[in-house]
Design a protein around this ligand. Structure first.
Ligand code: NAD
Ligand code: IPM
Ligand code: MN
Length: 352
């Protein structure tokens, strides 16, 4: 029996609704599947924790997390209580960076029973591989001057190592899929980093001659995600471009509330972290109507990461059966609550 220790951080807003729902589903899956078992331990680190303690997690928080096999996180952010850059850099981004979770894998595909806003989505099925530790998200820069000359400068960091690493990950993934990698660039307007990105992409593709490649400027690519998402297989993008593309691919699926994500530590030194694409959704928090599918699908990605492909597949199958049957939250046109969806998934898992 494989036993996995999972640090559970529900975080803020709807994270506290969708995480317990998804944990319940994972418990039932383990129970009916056999072969593996989870030991969950929950941590209350969040903006409320900050309000009480003046920090998003305790000083030894990372040491505590380090001992787990994986982290299962909901969402961080309560901008009414703590400024976003403080809460996110104090928890989510801190974990991603300190635990060298350098790759963010974000699949998107048409789901049965979930209407895409596109008239002709043609069963699209793509994965955005997002660089997760550098790029436009950096601490380098600052504020200068005062008065009329006041300005803020923010550096973007693209190392050869990090850029090559994310591209190789995308190519390897493409080899297990439809062997097509698209690069998200902006080398027409961004003078230094993006021509470098293109150069590294050219270098890396030499090692993957069996994989078809193309490259789009991010603005055109964003439009193509909406117009023809079915032409893409694996899309490799910088940190910020990947962030934006995956809210779009979530919306194209029908709701960002469905979109899953995996923050992968590739060197095996630290746990990986599994958290959906969406945020804490303060506008609907506390009403029991948040879509738990993004968090549950994210749980399936965690299972795949542990090598339990069959269990992950089973979960995705049941999840899709439930949406196909119309047991859905309002964001995807249903009338069910968070728990109605997760309870129905549990019920069907037990029945199989
Ligand atoms: P958001 O993703 O929280 O919400 C955007 C819209 O999508 C809202 O209308 C919301 O109701 C809806 N939505 C999101 N998830 C949903 C779900 N599961 N079911 C139904 N509807 C859903 O983005 P935002 O409003 O820009 O950010 C809110 C807060 O979350 C901010 O503090 C932000 O910084 C933070 N945030 C955190 C993460 C994270 O922790 N991974 C990700 C994105 C945003
Ligand atoms: C995401 C989020 C985060 C990001 C924010 C909350 C810092 O939008 O995970 O997509 O930009 O990476
Ligand atoms: Mn985002």
């Amino acid at each position: 029996m494989d036993v996995y220790t999972i640090a559970v951080i529900p975080g803020d807003g709807i994270g506290r609704e969708v995480v317990p729902a998804a944990v319940e589903v994972l418990k039932v899956l383990a129970e009916v599947h056999g072969g593996f078992h989870f030991k969950f331990q929950e941590f209350p680190w969040s903006c409320d924790y900050y309000a009480e303690h003046g920090e998003m997690m305790p000083a030894d928080g990372l040491d505590i997390l380090k001992g787990f096999d994986a982290i299962f996180l909901g969402a961080v952010g309560n901008p009414g209580l703590v400024p976003d850059h403080i809460s996110l850099w104090g928890l989510l981004l801190k974990i991603r960076r300190e635990f060298e979770q350098v790759i963010n894998v974000r699949p998107a595909k048409a789901l049965k029973g979930v209407a895409s806003p596109l008239t002709d989505p043609q069963g699209f099925d793509l994965v955005v591989v997002r660089e997760n530790s550098e790029g436009e998200y950096s601490e380098i820069g600052g504020r200068l001057h005062r008065g009329d000359d006041e300005m803020a400068i923010q550096a973007a960091v693209f190392t050869r190592k990090g850029t090559e690493r994310v591209m190789r990950y995308a190519f390897e993934l493409a080899r297990t899929r439809r062997k097509h990698v698209t690069s998200a660039t902006k080398s027409n307007g961004i003078y230094h980093t993006m021509p470098f990105w293109d150069e590294v992409f050219k270098d890396v593709q030499r090692d993957y001659r069996d994989v078809r490649v193309d490259s789009y400027h991010i603005d055109a690519l964003a439009a193509q995600f909406v117009a023809r998402p079915y032409v893409f297989d694996v899309v490799v993008a910088s940190n910020l471009f990947g962030d934006i593309l995956t809210d779009i691919s979530g919306a194209v699926m029908g709701s960002i509330g469905i979109a899953p994500a995996a923050n992968i530590n590739v060197n095996g030194r630290y746990p990986s972290m599994f958290e959906p694409v969406h945020g804490s959704a303060p506008d609907i928090a506390g009403r029991g109507i948040a879509n738990p599918i993004g968090q549950i699908w994210t749980g399936a990605l965690m299972l795949e990461h542990f090598g339990h492909r069959d269990a992950a597949q089973e979960l995705l199958q049941v999840m899709e059966d439930v949406t196909a049957e119309g047991i859905k939250t309002p964001d995807i046109g249903g009338h069910s609550g968070t728990r109605d969806v997760s309870d129905e998934i549990c019920r069907r898992l037990r029945r199989r």
